[in-house]
Write a protein that binds this ligand. Structure first.
Ligand code: ITT
Length: 200
C-alpha cells in the first residue's frame, strides 16, 4: 500500500523507529514536527488506548484524506503499582524531560517501602489508525523487562537507558536499534498493523 503515512506525534524518536520498521510499506512516513498548526491535543484519557485515539482522531480531522497513525506508550513498573503508565512523559511534573523522568524513576525505586521489591516492568504501546475523523483499527504491543539500578547506553530515548528487556543483559540504550526494533512494544504493535495492511 504505497502512499503517505502521517504519524500523529511530536516525538521524533518514535517517528524514527516507525520509519525503520515501515520503510517498505509507505513512500513516505512523516510526523507533526514538520506540519504547522498541529499543536498536540491534551491527553485527557486514562488509558493508552484512549490517548492514542485522541491523538489519531485530532490529526486525521486536521489532515483530510491522509492515513494517520498515533502511538501512545509508556512504562509500567510493578513495584510502583504500574506507574508511570500513561503519565510516563510527564512523570517528573511540569517541564519534565526524559532525563528528569529517569532520575525520578530511580528515586522512586530507591524508597525504603519498595527498594526490596522485584524491579520487573514493561513498555506498552497502543497504536490507532484513523482517516477523516474515523478510527479504522488499533493494535497493541508490550515488551517485558526490568529496571536497571543505573543508566547505561546512549541509544534510544525516554526510559531506554534504564530498561533491560528479558533475554538480554543490556538496556535498550545499549542494544542496537535493530534489536530494539525487532522486539519492542512499538515493533510488536506495528507488526499487527503490517498484517492488517497486508490483508487490506
Ligand atoms: P506524542 O504524544 O507526541 O506521541 P510523547 O513522547 O509525549 O509524544 P506519549 O504521550 O505516548 O508520547 O509518552 C510516551 C512516553 O513513554 C515517552 O515520552 C517515554 O518517556 C516513554 N516511552 C514510550 N516508548 C518508549 C520507548 O520506546 N523507549 C523509552 N521510553 C519510551
Amino acid at each position: 500500500m504505497p502512499g503517505t503515512l502521517l504519524v500523529a506525534t511530536h516525538n521524533a524518536h518514535k517517528t524514527g523507529e516507525m520509519r525503520a520498521i515501515l520503510a517498505s510499506y509507505f513512500d513516505e512516513v512523516t510526523d507533526l514536527t514538520s506540519v504547522p498548526g498541529m499543536e498536540p491535543p491534551e491527553e485527557t484519557g486514562t488509558t493508552f488506548a484512549e490517548n492514542s485515539a485522541i491523538k489519531a482522531l485530532e490529526a486525521s480531522r486536521k489532515r483530510p484524506g491522509v492515513l494517520v497513525l498515533a502511538d501512545d506508550s509508556g512504562l509500567e513498573v510493578d513495584a510502583l503499582g504500574g506507574a508511570p503508565g500513561v503519565y510516563s512523559s510527564r512523570f517528573s511534573g511540569e517541564g519534565a524531560t526524559d532525563a528528569s523522568n529517569r532520575t525520578k524513576l530511580l528515586f522512586e525505586l530507591s524508597r525504603p517501602e519498595v527498594a526490596a521489591e522485584p524491579r520487573t516492568a514493561r513498555f506498552r504501546c497502543v497504536i490507532t489508525i484513523a482517516r477523516d475523523g474515523e478510527i479504522l483499527a488499533s493494535f497493541d504491543g508490550a515488551v517485558e523487562g526490568r529496571i536497571a539500578s543505573a543508566e547505561s547506553g546512549t541509544g534510544g530515548f525516554g526510559y531506554d537507558s534504564l530498561f533491560v528487556p528479558n533475554g538480554h543483559d543490556a538496556s535498550f540504550g545499549e542494544l542496537s536499534e535493530a534489536i530494539k526494533n525487532g522486539m519492542s512494544h512499538r515493533a510488536r504493535a506495528l507488526e499487527k498493523f503490517r498484517e492488517w495492511l497486508a490483508g487490506d
